[in-house]
Write a protein that binds this ligand. Structure first.
Ligand SMILES: [Zn+2]
Length: 303
């Protein structure tokens, strides 16, 4: 019998990056979350592990050689670098590789215990030959391909509840066998050109909790009959009311209910869950950290 203390979580913010304090990306949210989880007694220090860098070879499973090499040697064109929205520096690239490593370690750990998470990542906007939306390399695409190489035919559900459509997941993985991609997102949120996934749920501005949770409940009961063997959960909290980049106006309670439903679904169907952090950009970053923390509180209740 596995208990909560047996679950492990992987972080990558020990690969330090200094951003201009006026930069619109809240780089400090990762370490703030880690602190919040410990201070609130939700996880113990022994449960959180500093992630290793991914072995570069694995990136080639989902990205083109030119793109990988240009990111690694910092020679990406200025235009392509600008689309990512984060400075192309050695530190930043190391962090991106650490975040990839964290997701793979979390996948491996969840195969043993049934549940694990990366305290980073969810880089669902990166395409095979380009990055965008704060994403250099796509942790879902790289690691789904890696998992499938080890376990051919393994049926994976990607449930992407970040407020932004997972265009990179779709552009890379849409034609792969044995992966089913679901994206819930704001219709008028970035990316403005969505790339169809297997199931897209597109919500109007200000949708709020009720319609969102009703849709999720219906979809999860369908998923229960589809024979999935693993859930990769993009648990972004940028659908929270007041998020600078999200328009769905969900409440903290609504997000916790969302997470409860997802975790219960996995538990009921005995599917291992690997979670990635995803987006969160509240004007007051404490709100985002509170929402991320809420996800872990709910996980602890359910698992
Ligand atoms: Zn997002």
């Amino acid at each position: 019998m596995v208990s909560w203390d047996d679950y492990h979580f992987f972080y990558s913010d020990h690969y330090e990056v200094e951003l201009d304090p006026n930069h619109r990306f809240p780089m400090n949210k990762y370490s703030l979350l880690r602190k919040s989880l410990i201070e609130k007694g939700i996880v113990k220090n022994s449960q959180i592990i500093a992630a290793d860098l991914i072995n570069i070879d694995h990136l080639y499973l989902a990205h083109t050689p030119d793109y990988i090499e240009q990111v690694l040697d910092l020679s990406l064109s200025r235009q392509k670098a600008r689309a990512i929205g984060l400075p192309l520096t050695e530190e930043m690239v190391r962090r991106a590789l650490g975040s990839q490593g964290a997701f793979w370690q979390a996948i491996t750990s969840s195969l043993d215990t049934g549940f694990s998470a990366s305290l980073a990542g969810g880089t669902h906007h990166a395409h095979a030959d380009s990055g965008e939306g704060f994403c250099f390399f796509n942790d879902f695409a790289v690691n789904v391909r890696r998992l499938h190489r080890e376990r051919p035919g393994y049926k994976i559900l990607i449930l992407d509840l970040d407020v932004h459509q997972g265009n990179g997941n779709s552009s890379i993985l849409n034609k792969d066998k044995d992966v089913f991609i679901t994206s819930y997102h704001g219709k008028h949120n970035y990316p403005y050109r969505k790339v169809p996934s297997h199931l897209d749920r597109s919500f109007a501005d200000g949708t709020g909790d009720e319609e969102y949770l009703r849709t999720l409940s219906e979809d999860l009961s369908k998923f229960s009959k589809m024979g999935f063997q693993h859930l990769l959960y993009q648990a972004g909290v940028d659908s929270l009311k007041g998020d600078a980049f999200g328009k769905l106006s969900m409440s903290h309670e609504g997000l916790k209910e969302r997470d409860r439903m997802v975790f219960e679904f996995a538990k009921r169907n005995q599917i291992p869950v690997t979670m990635a952090l995803g987006g969160g950009y509240s004007k007051d970053i404490a709100e985002t950290v509170k929402a991320y923390t809420g996800t872990y509180e709910m996980a602890k209740k359910v698992f």
